[in-house]
Design a protein around this ligand. Structure first.
Ligand SMILES: Nc1ncnc2c1ncn2[C@@H]1O[C@H](COP(=O)(O)OP(=O)(O)OP(=O)(O)O)[C@@H](O)[C@H]1O
Ligand SMILES: [Mg+2]
Length: 423
């Protein structure tokens, strides 16, 4: 065995490969340079493959790259021996390296063929891109569906909240209206009897003085009861044809007083505003209530604006409460402190006030609400803390024919009967 190995390694009877090339320098050096470059290239490729496989840990069939690296490394070594054997007849060592290369290449080739169907089954980058795009489209669709679902939920929550709010207002309205109705009748009796007694008492007497105090208290109570009735939509109204712009201009002095400003309030009154058919006194009351609220809101700075504009049926569709009918919108806007959401949610409730005890009844916005509703209109508040408040009163456009003119010309009575009376 040792003998066979010694015989295999024996190179005494062998001649270097250069002899075959007759030591012609051009042949020798062409071989040397070419083999050197090939060997160098073959040695660097496994390094690149090694770096690639170690960095890309997610690579499928990574071991195949290592088999390639080994095979190419062996090939590079055979080229080194090609150079070496030009001068040294080490053909046994060269044969051994070639044998290793042969084994590595045949194993790599077999593995490659075995692997080929599985490699072909892998999705190509183009297929991956398409699948990715489809996935993205599905994710987008799902996101859109989710957003629509959230929007629908939010819409339903809003509708439920509005229903709850309107049911609450109806319940409070019934209660307030019932109480106010009876109190109003009783106060009527009290005031008329106090009036009658006053006539029998001597002027400047102590008794008459006390009676006047009682009368003033009863009248203030009656005024409160009127506001409660207004909220409960049980106020006797006397609707007349009203030009909103004219009514507001005529009210300018009172509005200025209510706002507590030196100048009359800024008015942005749209030309050709339609007439409305409402109780002019109650509309004035509503505007004064809003002006007082605006004054309180702008105490630390700000200004108020009164606006009017037509809301045609097409536009009215945006506000469901307007039921697609022509309306006139009247707004009292202020740039004051605004309302926090929890205040805004309760602002129309009777007796809800943020003012100190004795400073506000909390019936101002209730009157506005009740008046608008009783006039077949609607009222809305837009308010943001620190940015101000706008209260919009929407009143239906009056389409009745003119019948007779009010003496001042600013309001014109129609044939329409008062909406609601009570005894
Ligand atoms: N323009 C406004 N800016 C900020 N908050 C307002 C405005 N208008 C109303 N509010 C809030 O709504 C609450 C209820 O208003 P409402 O007019 O019904 O009663 P009030 O003003 O408190 O009392 P009263 O009207 O009897 O003086 C107020 O206390 C206030 O907190
Ligand atoms: Mg008020």
């Amino acid at each position: 065995m040792l003998e066979i190995l010694n015989g295999f390694l024996d190179r005494t009877s062998l001649a270097p490969h250069g002899i075959c090339l007759l030591w012609r320098p051009e042949l020798i050096w062409t071989h040397v340079v070419s083999d050197a470059i090939i060997a160098l290239a073959y040695f660097t490729i496994p390094i690149a493959l090694g770096v690639f496989v170690t960095r890309r840990r997610d690579l499928v069939f990574g071991w195949m790259f290592w088999a390639f690296a080994l095979f190419i490394l062996a090939c590079g070594t055979t080229h080194v021996f090609e150079i070496w054997t030009l001068w040294v007849p080490d053909y046994a060592a060269e044969a051994a390296v070639k044998a290793v290369t042969a084994a590595a290449s045949i194993v790599t080739a077999i593995l490659l063929w075995v692997l080929l169907p599985r490699a072909l089954a892998l999705p190509s980058p183009a297929q991956l891109r398409t699948a990715n795009a489809e996935l993205l489209a599905r994710v987008r669709e799902r996101d859109e569906a989710l957003a629509a679902l959230h929007e629908a939920h939010a819409e339903r929550d809003r509708a439920e909240e509005m229903l709850r709010q309107s049911q609450k207002m109806d319940a409070i309205g019934s209660l307030t209206g019932g109480v106010a109705h009876d109190f109003n009748n009783l106060l009527g009796v009290v005031i008329s009897n106090l009036d009658r007694i006053e006539r029998f008492l001597p002027a400047e007497s102590g008794a008459r003085h006390s009676l006047r105090g009682a009368l003033t208290g009863a009248e203030r109570a009656a005024a409160l009861v009127q506001k409660m009735l207004a909220f409960a939509r049980r106020q006797p109204l006397q609707p007349v044809r009203v030009d909103p712009n004219r009514l507001i201009r005529d009210l300018a002095a009172l509005l200025r007083g209510a706002l507590g400003t030196v100048e009359p309030p800024e008015m942005v009154l749209s030309a050709q505003v339609w007439p409305v058919c409402v109780d002019a006194n109650q509309l004035e009351n509503a505007l004064l209530n809003l002006a007082v609220n605006a004054r309180d809101a702008i105490q630390e700075g700000g200004h108020a604006v009164i606006r009017t504009r037509n809301v045609p049926a097409a536009e009215a569709g945006m506000i469901p409460a307007l039921q697609g009918v022509d309306h006139v919108a009247i707004a009292v806007e202020d740039s004051g402190r605004g309302m926090a959401p929890e205040i805004l949610a309760r602002a129309f409730e009777p007796f809800f006030t943020t003012k100190a005890v004795g400073e506000g009844t909390g019936l101002g916005l209730s009157q506005v609400f009740g008046f608008a509703k009783q006039s077949d209109g609607h009222v809305e508040i837009n308010s943001e803390p620190g940015r101000g408040t706008t209260v919009w009163i929407y009143l239906p456009r009056d389409r009745t024919e003119l019948s007779s003119s009010h003496s001042g010309g600013e309001v014109t009575r129609t044939g329409r009967a008062p909406r609601l009376g009570y005894a």
